[in-house]
Design a protein around this ligand. Structure first.
Ligand code: SAM
Length: 284
């Protein structure tokens, strides 16, 4: 008899993942956390009924969330990551010659259990001397810190529960204050075919703050309903328009080993289908 993990993120559709083995289940201080094995995805991390990441397809989301902004920037030195408790985002950021990565994660248990049961995601990133891990609410951190960054990466849960504050205009404004000139902000923007309100709600808030706000996408199998989107915002319009040749030269110089990101995929990711363009066209 197979047990199934039923994801309850969407109103009228759900996905179920066969549970081969529950590795760990705990109500943390902030969230219901489950780590389980699945024959297709490998090991799965789920929070509050939502599948977050898996050992088999995490590379797609984390490569695009990190390499698109950092390769576009060209010479990031200080990176801020909000969320990202599994460590996959931090690991990719440290593949760049940055000097410092500050990661602000709300839930210490997510980090500890990801390192223990899904170590391939962080692959030692939390022990990198460039890493500073802070256990705090990201919304509060950006309000209080005086530090500035070249890239700010929001790897949050969906805008429900503890992640909701990471989609507000106030949070975005506080992040903008922390960006160095020529800096770039990215966040996870949900799957617009099933979460159209997410993009339509937060994107105008980015557009109001930055000279150039845009969206790029990736096909992440775990996030059902079609392409996954990411917000990309900067006051340097040139960042998004880097020629593929420039991206390719940087990619080679970095020596990145990737399974989904490539210079061509980077450039193509900003091409959006009309139904997504229409969701963001109304932005101020
Ligand atoms: N890739 C996933 C996605 O797109 O849904 C997100 C992965 S990561 C596990 C999401 C992280 O955001 C979790 O570790 C969660 O604890 C963290 N988080 C949620 N709200 C937060 C907040 N207000 N401040 C900092 N971290 C937060």
């Amino acid at each position: 008899m197979t047990d199934w993990y039923r994801e309850t993120l969407h109103a009228h559709i759900a996905q179920e993942l066969a549970i081969d083995r529950v590795v760990y289940r705990q109500r943390t201080e902030h969230q219901d956390l489950v780590i389980f094995d699945n024959g297709t995805y490998g090991r799965v991390l789920a929070l509050d009924g939502v599948a977050q990441t898996t050992t088999r397809d995490e590379f797609i989301y984390h490569e695009m969330l990190v390499h698109v902004p950092l390769v576009a920037h060209g010479s990031p030195k200080r990176v801020l990551i909000i969320g990202g408790g599994d460590g996959g985002t931090l690991r990719r950021a440290l593949e760049h010659p940055i000097e410092r990565a500050v990661m602000v994660e709300l839930d210490r248990t997510v980090v500890d259990l990801s390192v223990e049961y899904m170590p391939e995601l962080s692959a030692g990133a939390f022990d990198d001397p460039r890493t500073e891990l802070l256990i705090a609410d990201g919304c509060r951190f950006v309000k209080e810190t005086a530090e500035t960054f070249d890239a700010i990466i929001i790897d949050s849960t969906d805008p429900v529960g503890p992640g909701a504050v990471l989609f507000t205009a106030e949070f975005f404004a506080d992040c903008k204050r922390l960006l160095n000139p020529g800096g770039v902000f990215v966040n996870q923007g949900g799957v617009p075919w099933v979460q159209s309100q997410e993009l339509a709600t937060f994107f105008p808030r980015l557009k109001a703050l930055y000279a150039d706000a845009s969206v790029f996408s990736a096909a992440v199998p775990l996030y059902i309903g079609g392409i996954m989107t990411f917000g990309f915002a900067t006051d340097d319009p040139g960042l998004r328009r880097q020629p593929v040749e420039t991206l390719a030269a940087r990619y080679r110089a970095l020596g990145l080993k990737t399974g989904y990101y490539s210079p061509a995929m980077h450039a193509a990711a900003f091409a959006l289908p009309p139904f997504v363009e229409s969701l963001i066209a109304g932005a101020a």
